[in-house]
Ligand binder design. Structure first.
Ligand SMILES: Cc1cc2nc3c(=O)[nH]c(=O)nc-3n(C[C@H](O)[C@H](O)[C@H](O)COP(=O)(O)OP(=O)(O)OC[C@H]3O[C@@H](n4cnc5c(N)ncnc54)[C@H](O)[C@@H]3O)c2cc1C
Length: 425
């Protein structure tokens, strides 16, 4: 497709996040006229609170590389594996299950406070029009009247609720975890490669921690570690409501580690917050929304990223989904050539993403929000003795469709365990 032939195709994107900025920059490179409207200026994002832990696995990192959007790849620490631990249920501070396995290629987490301001600059450098406005229905109407396609990539902003929940695809109706993030420096390293260290404490919740790149002052960056707490509602890790200051947030983080995960406490006891904004607490209801919003005028708007697919962060898939979704929409937009972006195209495009990919991510992520069935515990335990199994489970994070082969079916899980244990012997 020739770049100049598409100069007249104009696309508006609401939201300057992982999905909107990536897709916007990629489309600019193909000659589309792209406008992004967002409600936070770069300096507000940089100096604001952390938003996510945004760990991205290699297949999604590759999309960023392919589009020239990997500006921090050299500076950001590399995470080369997945570590998995379940403590013994007696509270004695011992590990019932522990293994770690290498990812086929490293993953990385660049704080969105660093990334989004940098990408906004890049978007403008590539010729995009960037506007700052809090978009509501009147602004959506104006955008839809002036552009051939409007994409709503407003993340967790109120506005995305206009898309409406897809009940059939959203089996969970309330938050299943109390979430908290703590960005720290000063963590002791393992004596093996860097991992996403995932700890599952039955009945209490999950804790995972990994290296990242964050802000330092007003224009510099620094390496850090991000602690992610996922507390079962009403349980001992659901305690962030009482926290009144960043210092208390760090103390609470360390208290949880000391109580439930002493090996993580040992690495973290001397940690300091990266900055007073390096903390967050909240709840998310996993939701799939309808792909298309019909405005009062009858014009259509299409959802993208978290606006249509919001998962609990327990599997760290949201930014990965947003990135893969951006690539899927990019290909569909290019393949559309000069034909209209009508409602049928919008629905077909989203359904193809959902059925071909996202559905399996949603199913696996939702499954981790309930107590694991016996065969999953068997799988995780057997991985200690079968490196091939540990490798397969770890690398499923790259593309969770692989879990559909064995995660939900006790007989398939047992066959895999038997095969892998035989090979390990
Ligand atoms: C605690 C936590 C931890 C997470 N950890 C991970 C992880 O480790 N790995 C992972 O892959 N994912 C993780 N996620 C999910 C990930 O952050 C999101 O899936 C991802 O940011 C979604 O990208 P997006 O572009 O759809 O939305 P966002 O990146 O949220 O961007 C939304 C944009 O829309 C703008 N906006 C909102 N409303 C309006 C409006 N009315 N008008 C104009 N602009 C508007 C916002 O300012 C923002 O620019 C985590 C999420 C949370 C909450």
């Amino acid at each position: 497709m020739h770049k100049d032939s598409l100069k007249s195709r104009s696309i508006a994107i609401v939201g300057a996040g992982q999905a909107g900025l990536l897709l916007g920059c990629a489309l600019l490179d193909r000659g589309y006229a792209v406008t992004i409207v967002t409600n936070r200026r770069p300096e507000e994002v940089w100096h604001g609170k952390v938003l996510s832990s945004q760990f991205i696995f290699d297949p999604a990192l590759q999309i960023e590389r392919d589009w020239g959007m990997n500006q921090w790849e050299a500076a950001c620490p590399r995470t080369e594996g997945i570590g998995f631990t379940i403590p013994t249920p007696d509270g004695s501070g011992r590990q019932a299950i522990h293994w770690h396995a290498r990812l086929d290629a490293y993953g990385q987490s660049v704080d969105q406070r660093v990334k989004m301001p940098g990408w906004m600059k890049e978007f403008v450098r590539r010729g995009g029009e960037l506007r700052f406005e809090d978009v509501g229905v009147p602004q959506l109407e104006a955008l839809a009247a002036a552009h051939e396609l409007v994409l709503l990539a407003g993340g967790k902003g109120e506005i995305v609720n206009l898309l409406g929940r897809d009940e059939a695809r959203s089996p969970i109706r309330q938050p299943m975890r109390q979430l908290a993030l703590t960005y720290v420096t000063g963590m002791k390293r393992h004596d093996y490669y860097e991992c996403v260290n995932f700890n599952l404490i039955p009945g209490v919740g999950e804790y995972f921690v990994f290296p990242a790149l964050t802000t330092r002052g007003s224009d510099d960056t620094q390496a850090c570690d991000i602690m992610v707490f996922e507390g079962v509602p009403g349980g001992p890790m659901d305690c962030w409501g009482e926290v009144k200051s960043p210092e208390q947030h760090l103390e609470t983080s360390l208290r949880i580690l000391r109580t439930f995960l002493p090996w993580e406490y040992e690495r973290s006891r001397d940690c300091q917050l990266t900055d007073a904004n390096g903390v967050l607490a909240g709840r998310i209801t996993p939701t799939v929304r309808n792909a298309v919003l019909t405005l009062p005028s009858g014009r259509k708007v299409m959802g993208l990223g978290d606006a249509v697919l919001v998962n609990d962060p327990v599997t760290g898939q949201g930014s990965n989904n947003a990135t893969k979704g951006a690539l899927h929409y990019y290909r569909a937009i290019l393949a559309r050539g000069g034909a209209p972006f009508d409602e049928a195209w919008m629905r077909h495009t989203f359904d193809a993403l959902y059925e071909g990919y996202a559905e399996k991510v949603v199913r696996w992520t939702n499954s981790l929000l309930f107590p694991p069935p016996e065969h999953v515990v068997q799988l995780l335990g057997a991985a200690q003795h079968a490196p091939g199994l540990a490798h397969r489970i770890a690398n499923g994070f790259n593309d969770p469709r692989d879990y559909a082969e064995y995660w939900f079916d006790a007989a398939a899980a047992q066959r895999l365990i038997d095969d892998e244990l035989r090979q390990a012997a």
